[in-house]
Ligand binder design. Structure first.
Ligand SMILES: C[S@@+](CC[C@H](N)C(=O)[O-])C[C@H]1O[C@@H](n2cnc3c(N)ncnc32)[C@H](O)[C@@H]1O
Length: 245
């Protein structure tokens, strides 16, 4: 599948922040560094979290392959606090080492298969200092979130600064084993334009994630099931993992 237009298209990227408001996940990630740290945000998107963490005093590098998302991130970074890198998770190469790497907003689920996930994990590990950590989350497949991704259940209107009202809904097109294909439909009310983007997400189990992390050389794995740091359970909405080097 070609790159997701929701990220590569400048107009859709401009809508992203209005659909994805900061929540408990942002607080969770911002609380991770114990001291001033060098932080790598892989799949940083529009840079919402990267900028917040930089404002907390950390040295932050944000990596993302989508020019539309990075353009929004750069436009918000008026103080030039974050180092932005246009690359995908497998390919980026940045001099120096990091204390903490994060992948937020379910970035891990965009990796299509084991090869892509493993390539990214190995590359991240290569960029981490000894004693460093990687932290990310993935939706728990046992909760079958995609069953709620229908027009009726997701239709919502958002006010987007500079663009106006946008109605958005999601609908699943196909479920094949651990992959869910769905489209996002954007109706720009002022112009009458409708745009769709096609996405395919993987829903790996905690066991699959564990195996990939171990193959990439991570150890000291710790698991949580929610942003309140509750333990991972069968019905946890999130699989949150902290992995050490
Ligand atoms: C749902 S967004 C999450 C953005 C941000 N981390 C957040 O929490 O809002 C997923 C991001 O992953 C990026 N992405 C897609 N493929 C990627 C890859 N192979 N490596 C790294 N990032 C990727 C997309 O461009 C997009 O910005």
């Amino acid at each position: 599948m070609s790159a997701d237009r929701a990220y590569t298209d400048a107009e859709l990227a401009a809508v992203y922040d209005s659909l994805n408001l900061s929540g408990e996940d942002e607080a969770f990630y911002r609380n991770l560094p114990q001291q001033t740290s060098r932080i790598l945000d892989v799949g940083c998107g529009t840079g919402q979290l990267a900028l917040a963490i930089a404002a907390d005093g950390h040295a932050v590098t944000g990596v993302d392959p989508a020019p539309g998302m990075l353009a929004i991130a750069r436009s918000k970074d008026t103080g030039g606090r974050v180092h932005w890198v246009e690359a995908n998770g497998q390919d980026f190469s940045i001099p120096g080492c990091f204390d903490l790497a994060i992948m937020t907003g379910h970035v891990f689920q965009v990796f299509a298969d084991d090869a892509e996930a493993l390539g990214t994990l190995c590359n991240i590990r290569r960029h981490l200092e000894t004693g460093g950590r990687l932290v990310f989350e993935s939706r728990n497949p046992l909760c079958r979130d995609w069953e709620g991704w229908t027009r009726e259940k997701t239709q919502a209107r958002h006010e987007v600064p500079g663009i106006g009202a946008v109605e958005v809904h999601y609908q699943v097109l196909d479920v094949q084993a651990e992959h869910v294909t769905f489209e996002s439909v954007f109706d720009f009310i002022d112009t009458g334009r409708q745009t769709r983007s096609l996405s395919r997400l993987r829903f790996p189990s905690a066991d699959q994630i564990r195996s990939l992390l171990e193959r990439a050389g991570f150890s000291r794995l710790a698991w949580m099931g929610g942003w309140d740091s509750s333990p991972l359970a069968k019905d946890s909405a999130e699989i949150i993992v902290l992995a050490g080097v």
